[in-house]
Write a protein that binds this ligand. Structure first.
Ligand code: AMP
Ligand code: GLY
Length: 412
């Protein structure tokens, strides 16, 4: 199969590796990719958010399947453009991707579909925001309505900080004030062809920048999979009460969701609640879910793109566990310092490295953004996988770089 993977993060590196690991002679290209992806497959310097350019490339190169990694091309309507030319795409239309791109839209879909989530009030002015902040009380949850690269959410006991966050994001559009939910968080990915869904293995992400969940939210600093503490029947309950009702509601509104439905969930004392939906694979969760996938990924993604998931069995996963730890640049998430040299990658053992913000400059590997790479370790136990991941991080040098030291500690 000729496959084009759009994106340039560690998630896309993990997707490329999973496709390569099938042992089938796929012809894979990534656009734009990064320095690590370029070691595996050809990369082309396309703007993944430019639907015309991507579609022309796919037509000219007889691409059989386009896999869209990040949210920006989805929200820009790249999948729609590709579909007008009959190219199979794993990734939802612009209309369906609003499930991630607009929290107000997601809330409405959930309300119509009877999907359990926290209470929320939309605010368009600071007066409305303050009223809602005081109605729900501390801890305060204030969210940007639109895409914010993981930075739009503030959860804080500090009322002044909540109001400041509301003021900042109101400059970019409306915001949501939500009731605070407490419990363990779960990321569950479901492949969807618009009508049926198939679950992947659950994972847990570490969103805060510092150990023990201190500091601001990030895109994600580490993850592990599976989740040994989940109650029996968890995945089926999510399918029946969350994923299928959501997919059916979107289909009923002529917005079929074809791609990856990422359910960001919280297990509260009152039951499972949705915190957010994303319309694509999560990062860094993908780095721990896909290495454990036994079923060939390409067949699953193509079946979703072609509306044929209903005829497939649930994907199978290995019994091994996986841990990933993200190495971030100094200053991430606020103001990452870029351009610094990364060394030691040739010395690591028993792990794989998924590159995110890397490039080669004057023969040196340098960091070009906030989240630089993900170290991924598999093992028979979380203790052994963790030990491998952290031993590898000891070998890697990035001046000023930082990572959390407590990823998967609680399950080890
Ligand atoms: P989101 O980008 O919506 O996933 O939010 C980022 C993180 O903020 C989540 O992973 C949670 O840890 C936290 N969060 C978001 N919404 C809530 C909420 N209503 N109650 C408690 N924590 C939340
Ligand atoms: N890890 C969170 C996300 O991908 O949105």
């Amino acid at each position: 199969m000729r496959i084009l993977v759009l994106g340039s993060g560690a998630r896309e590196h993990a997707i490329v590796k999973a496709l390569l690991s099938e042992g089938v002679d796929h012809d894979i290209t990534a656009a734009p990719g990064n320095a690590g992806i370029a070691l595996e497959v050809p990369v082309v310097a396309l703007d993944p958010t430019n639907g015309d350019v991507v579609t022309q490339y796919a037509v000219d190169n007889s691409i059989d399947l386009v896999v869209i990694g990040p949210e920006a091309p989805l929200v820009a309507g790249v999948a729609d453009k590709l579909r007008t030319r009959g190219i199979p795409v794993f990734g939802p239309s612009k209309a369906a991707a609003a499930l991630e791109g607009s929290k107000t839209f997601a809330k409405r879909i959930m309300d119509e579909a009877g999907v359990p989530s926290g209470k929320a009030i939309r605010a368009g002015t600071i007066a409305e925001a303050i009223e809602a902040i005081d109605e729900y009380g501390a801890p305060y949850v204030v969210k940007a309505d639109g895409l914010a690269a993981g930075k739009g959410v503030l959860v804080s006991p500090d009322r002044d900080a909540a109001i400041a966050h509301a003021e900042f994001w109101l400059q970019h559009g409306s915001i949501l004030i939500e009731e605070f939910l407490s419990g363990e968080e779960v990321s569950l990915f479901l492949l969807s062809d618009g009508h049926s869904v198939l679950p992947l293995s659950p994972a847990q992400d570490y969103k805060r920048v510092f150990d023990h969940d201190e500091g601001p939210n990030t895109g994600g600093m580490g993850a592990y999979s599976p989740l040994p503490w989940l109650p029996d029947g968890f995945v089926d309950e999510v399918i029946d009460t969350i994923a299928l009702p959501t997919i059916r509601q979107l289909a009923a509104e002529q917005k079929p969701f074809i791609g990856l439905l990422y359910c960001g969930l919280i297990l509260t004392k009152k039951g499972i609640r949705v915190i957010e939906f994303n319309a694509r694979f999560g990062d860094p969760e993908t780095q721990v879910v896909l290495p454990r996938l036994v079923t060939p990924l390409s067949g699953l993604l193509l079946a979703a793109a072609m509306g044929e998931l209903g005829s497939l069995a649930r994907p199978e996963f290995s019994a091994e566990v996986a841990v990933t730890v993200v190495l971030a640049s100094e200053g991430y998430p606020d103001e990452p310092v870029t351009g610094r040299r990364i060394s030691g990658l040739d010395d690591v053992r028993d792990v794989t490295i998924d590159h995110a913000s890397t490039a080669v400059s004057d023969g040196n590997l340098i960091a070009t953004g906030g989240r630089v790479l993900s170290v991924v370790a598999l093992g028979d136990s979380f203790a052994s996988a963790r030990a491998r991941a952290y031993a590898a991080l000891d070998q890697i040098s990035l001046p000023g770089g930082h990572f959390r030291t407590d990823i998967a500690e609680k399950v080890s």
